[in-house]
Design a protein around this ligand. Structure first.
Ligand SMILES: [Ca+2]
Ligand SMILES: [Ca+2]
Length: 82
């Protein structure tokens, strides 16, 4: 069972809503620039290097973009770890 499947419906909805906010141009993927914007909005002054490392961690298929599936799984992992 994946981390995502362990979340309740409300948690899933919150994560999906967060993805929509992060996906600034609404193309269905979060790219590196959008990720950096999100970190800035959260008050995290991440360097390019830190943003890239975070991207690498979330982007499990390595195509340089975060899909909703990758985002959901990463967020679910963090949620359950916290
Ligand atoms: Ca996008
Ligand atoms: Ca990807």
């Amino acid at each position: 069972m994946s981390s995502w499947e362990k979340l309740n419906e409300e948690q899933k909805e919150q994560i999906k809503a967060a993805f929509d906010i992060c996906d600034n141009d609404q193309n269905g993927f979060i790219d590196l620039e959008e990720l950096k914007e999100v970190l800035k909005a959260l008050g995290e002054s991440a360097t390019d290097q830190q943003a890239k490392e975070l991207m690498k961690e979330i982007d499990t298929d390595g195509n340089g973009l975060i899909s909703i599936e990758e985002f959901c799984e990463a967020m679910a992992d963090w949620w359950l770890r916290a």
